[in-house]
Ligand binder design. Structure first.
Ligand SMILES: Cc1ncc(COP(=O)(O)O)c(C=O)c1O
Length: 462
């Protein structure tokens, strides 16, 4: 493969008054870059004529430099009359480039849907359609809330499937929950909110984001029926973040009482509805946002349903937050990429999103069933909870098995399992594991639990 260095250009800074001949300066600049790996093997060099013109040199100077580098083996003069970088680059390994142990063979890491099932053909149809049909004016800078097409398609979808009370006007498109939640916490802190309550245990990334935004973070226990609202009331928090439909990581579902108490609570509720689309054997649970649109900021993401790499997320906001959030989004990145938004809008509006979810649900359900069945057969002490929805289950460990020791013993057998420790707000709570199963095959789940059973036995034997 030929790699072109560009349309005959190569940035070289020459010093015309330092006494070093120009051909030597040029040689040295090219040699240094080849040695550093910045001009890769097989890169096609600019022609001597083009480079001479570009650098304001006589062609003979460039020819001399190239000939010297060919003689040294850095460049190769090819029969077609062009010059290529030779394959001798000496690249000093950097710390980041050092090989690590690599991912485990069977990885129960959470937060991975099966991206091999991404609906490429349907997505391609949507991309084609929007590339053909989008008027040029839509490619200008956009509204801070995102394209109207996507806000419309998603508000229709969410109102139908999640029971929200969304309108295109109070929706905002963001780069996943990561960006949406960060902007929201920053806007809330700037508006005078002081203390964020999070579920204990819960996702730990967000706590750091909240603290960086200037909010104090307090943990509130999660009970079988969701967050303990009595403890929330005592916490002095003025904002709470909940995963009500399927608590992360316990899988608890907020009961009707918890949901009513949450929306009656005086503060603002942020509802992270990250995996509600995957529900297997329980009644559907509508979004809190539909109960109190002016008290709840709802957040959704395509990261579990389609692919995390899409970086597509959305918020349904209380009216008062719409304008400051649109401003914050514009300040942050001037809006999410328009073609991605329009393709997703088309995909949702044509029912492809529903179709994809209908196809994926039975696959994930089968994996969930296999995992639960294998745990019961091989590790009955690890009783999974929160199994009725989502792409993960959680299991507490027996008191004589530590998370660290088990993780290490499993890893030695090629299996990645992940402890609960990082999710406890104070870093302290019962030991357990969170099993993500979304990206595994049935065979991997079976083998993974077999190897985990061996690892538990080894930890006990030790
Ligand atoms: C609890 C929770 N919420 C939301 C998300 C999605 O984040 P994002 O949309 O930034 O990919 C994740 C991803 O793992 C998660 O674990």
């Amino acid at each position: 493969m030929r790699t072109s260095s560009g349309a005959g250009e190569l940035l070289v800074e020459l010093q015309r008054d330092n006494g070093v001949p120009l051909h030597q300066q040029l040689e040295s600049a090219i040699r240094t870059r080849i040695r550093a790996g910045l001009l890769r093997a097989e890169t096609v060099m600019p022609s001597t004529r083009a480079l001479a013109q570009d650098l304001g040199l006589s062609r003979g100077v460039v020819v001399e430099a190239y000939q010297q580098l060919v003689a040294e083996g850095y460049l190769i003069s090819r029969a077609g009359g062009y010059t290529q970088v030779a394959d001798i680059a000496v690249i000093e390994p950097t710390a980041a480039a050092k090989p690590d142990a690599g991912p485990p063979r069977i990885d129960f890491r959470y937060s991975r849907p099966d991206v091999s099932q991404f609906p490429r053909a349907a997505w391609l149809r949507s991309v084609r359609r929007v590339l053909n049909e989008t008027p040029y004016r839509s490619l200008a800078y956009i509204d801070g809330r995102g394209t109207l097409e996507l806000r419309t398609a998603l508000s229709d979808y969410l109102n139908r499937v999640r029971g929200t009370a969304a309108r295109p006007e109070n929706m905002l498109i963001c780069n996943g929950f990561a960006q949406g939640s960060r902007l929201l916490l920053q806007v809330l802190a700037a508006a005078g909110r002081r203390r964020l309550a999070v579920e204990d245990p819960s996702d730990n990334d967000l706590r750091e984001v909240a603290e960086a935004a200037g909010l104090e973070v307090v943990g509130v226990p999660v009970l079988d029926g969701g967050i303990d609202v009595t403890a929330l009331e005592r916490s002095g928090a003025d904002v709470v973040l909940v995963t009500a439909a399927h608590q992360f990581p316990t899988g608890a579902v907020a009961s009707a009482e918890t949901r009513a108490a949450l929306v009656a609570w005086g503060g603002l509720v942020i509802e992270d509805d990250y995996d509600a689309e995957y529900r297997y054997d329980r009644e559907p649970i509508g979004a809190l946002q539909g109960l109190a649109p002016d008290r709840v900021a709802y957040a959704g993401t395509a990261s579990k349903t389609l692919a995390p790499g899409l970086r597509l997320g959305w918020l349904v906001l209380p009216s008062l937050l719409v304008e400051p959030m649109a401003q914050a989004k514009l300040m942050d990145d001037r809006g999410s990429p328009v073609f991605d938004q329009l393709a997703f809008a088309d995909f949702v509006a044509r029912g492809e999103f529903d179709r994809h979810l209908r196809r994926m649900r039975p696959r994930y359900r089968e994996l969930r069933d296999t995992l639960v069945e294998r745990l019961a057969a091989r590790l009955p002490e690890l009783e999974p909870v929160g199994v009725s929805a989502g792409l993960h289950v959680m299991a507490l460990l027996p008191p004589d098995v530590s998370e660290e020791a088990l993780q290490e013993a499993a890893r030695a057998r090629g299996v990645g399992v992940y402890g609960l420790k990082p999710y406890w707000v104070g870093g302290d709570g019962p030991a357990g594991l969170v099993f993500g199963y979304g990206s595994l095959s049935r065979k991997d789940v079976v083998e993974g639990i077999e190897l985990l059973a061996e690892a538990v036995a080894a930890v006990r034997g030790a």
